[in-house]
Design a protein around this ligand. Structure first.
Ligand code: TEU
Ligand code: CA
Length: 545
């Protein structure tokens, strides 16, 4: 058989997102850094079942930045922010990852730079500067107002007036994040060069920030109002983003970006994308003209309209079915339950105090699907959002009513005053002493132990790590499916989202529970094609051959 056009390590990988400021501080300044990450790599994968078994790490931005958006405002794509280390530390991190078989992905931010990036400083210096056209400058309307009605994702107009040159510049996010003009071929060439810089240093790929926004309608027309919007809803949803989000030209640019990845064997592009299942699928391109290797599907966090996705079997089933039906056959979905922009899972689903139980079932759901899963640091111990007193708030983005600090607090390694994270004052306050890694480490019933066992089991069961997904079913309380690869026993996954016990119908008659949210069920024999699940429980069942 000829290898599929998109085979690679990433197909069977379990990935882990690190928010570098919050993972491990090594020098007591209260800010996590690359040296700290190196010290914690054995926690991620030391080759034994005592570690998590992570195959790839994605670092949120580590580049020089004024930190207006904590690194998503890049002022130099080819260096390391001194808070995090240096190029030398990054080289060591790459080597230390590779020594453990861990791939390293960095975070590429192509839509915008910092307003302090030398390119923007030149661009804003005069109307006839050679780099003027590297950003998106337009005259005011005759009444002095912005060139169109586009809103910033973080609130307010997407345009800021520059007194010195008498024009507005476009920024889809903060005014400190001017949008690059990807219609200028020099911009594209310069940005693609930054990818090669890191590939040459051994980086295994990139998570690509808001890739769906890099090209806008060339005429920058007004967006139409959103008929579903009601006063009190988030302002950014007051209009339909048709001219500045997933605009058709984006998908051609993605294919050109992909070709740079293909210059270097084994490098992977994972896009941060938003939209319907069909829109997400479009980012993968076609077998002949591939786009991204993987495009995130955030629908377990929020769907269109951005309301929190409920933990309900019919909703989960629909999300899985839609992803399976749309992602092209040469690749696979890429799900996440958490990230640095959204309220954490445990908090989102804690309305009855049972968010932590749902997190256990969610781990078996995420790792049981046909996908390249991404785990957000702290998810594996059930970290929740932390209340941030007003005087300690850091995130300027009014993306929700508060910023995104609650889901970005330092990793809780132990119950000491510095949580094992720092010897100094942490940049954001810690959560309560519990949960932490130390207390869960030796406890076979902990969430951490469940994640570890599930990840290693996934590697040992080819049906789970690379099998097809079939027989997606269930009822109002349960969602079930099976996975199967050649020459391996099929594995069924069953999740009970209700607070009542439930009986799930499996696609095969007999098997053995390989792992479940309630450890007392492990190794139970299954007969007659039914599995009894406790309230909010989940399990994997290996079919008897
Ligand atoms: O997030 C993009 C972002 O804010 C989305 O959640 C939003 O819904 C999307 O833009 C809709 O198209 C990324 C980063 O993850 C975030 O941390 C950054 O602040 C942002 O881009 C700007 O770089
Ligand atoms: Ca530090």
């Amino acid at each position: 058989m000829v290898a599929a056009p998109q085979d690679g390590w990433w197909r069977e990988a379990v990935c882990y997102q690190i928010y570098p400021r919050s993972f491990q501080d090594s020098n007591g300044d209260g800010i996590g850094d690359l040296e700290g990450i190196i010290r914690r790599l054995d926690y991620l994968n030391d080759g034994t079942h005592r570690s998590l078994g992570i195959d790839a790490v994605w670092l949120s931005p580590t580049f020089p930045s004024p930190m207006a958006d904590f690194g998503y405002d890049v002022s130099d794509y080819c260096d390391v922010h001194p808070d995090f280390g240096s190029l030398e530390t990054m080289d060591r991190l790459i080597a230390e990852c590779h020594r453990r078989g861990i791939r390293l992905l960095l975070d590429w931010v192509p839509n915008h730079t910092s307003d302090r990036h030398p390119w923007f400083l030149e661009s804003r210096s005069s109307r006839n500067n050679p780099r003027r056209d590297w950003y998106i400058w337009r005259d005011p309307k005759p009444d002095g107002s912005p060139p169109n009605n586009w809103r910033s994702v973080f609130g307010g107009p997407a345009w800021t007036f520059d007194e010195a040159t008498g024009q507005y510049y476009l920024h889809s996010f903060l005014k400190e994040q001017p949008d690059l003009n990807w219609r200028n071929p020099d911009v594209e060439a310069a940005m693609l060069q930054t990818l090669r810089f890191w590939f040459e240093r051994g980086v295994d790929g990139f998570r690509i920030d808001v890739i769906g926004r890099i090209l806008k309608h060339p005429d920058l027309p007004d967006n139409p109002p959103n008929p579903a919007w009601r006063p009190g809803d988030r302002e950014r949803f007051s209009q339909l983003w048709i001219h500045n989000h997933n605009y058709p030209d984006v998908f051609d640019a993605v294919k050109r970006i992909r070709r740079v990845f293909d210059e270097y064997p084994g490098r992977v592009a994972v896009g941060e994308v938003f939209g319907s299942p069909a829109e997400i699928a479009r980012f993968y391109g076609t077998a002949e003209a591939p786009g991204l290797h993987l495009a995130f599907n955030f629908h377990f966090i929020h769907e269109e309209g951005h309301v929190v996705t409920p933990w309900e079997a019919p909703v989960l089933r629909r999300i899985i079915a839609n992803a399976e039906a749309t992602v092209p056959p040469f690749s696979q979905p890429c799900f996440a339950l958490n990230n640095h922009d959204r309220s954490r899972f445990v908090t989102r689903h804690n309305y009855d105090g049972r968010g932590y139980e749902r997190a256990r079932a969610a781990a078996l759901l995420l790792l049981g699907l046909r996908n390249t899963p991404f785990i957000y640091y702290g998810e594996e111990i059930g970290m929740a959002d932390v209340d941030i007193p007003p005087e300690r708030q850091q995130d300027p983005a009014r993306f929700r009513s508060i910023g995104r600090d609650p889901e970005r607090t330092p990793m809780q390694w132990d119950s000491t005053p510095g949580r094992g994270f720092t010897t100094g004052e942490p940049w954001l306050p810690f959560g309560p002493l519990s949960p932490n890694v130390a207390e869960q480490d030796g406890d076979p019933d902990s969430l951490l132990s469940l994640y570890r066992r599930a990840i290693w089991l996934r590697k040992e069961l080819p049906s789970l790590s690379r099998g097809a997904l079939f027989a997606l079913g269930g009822d109002d309380r349960t969602v079930t499916w099976a996975r199967s690869a050649a020459n391996a026993p099929a594995v069924a996954v069953a999740v009970n989202t209700s607070a009542e016990p439930a009986s799930a119908a499996l696609p095969f008659d007999a098997g053995r529970v390989a792992i479940s949210t309630d450890r007392s069920h492990d190794d139970a024999r299954v007969r007659g094609g039914r599995l009894e699940l406790p309230p909010l429980g989940a399990a994997w069942v290996v079919a008897s051959l």
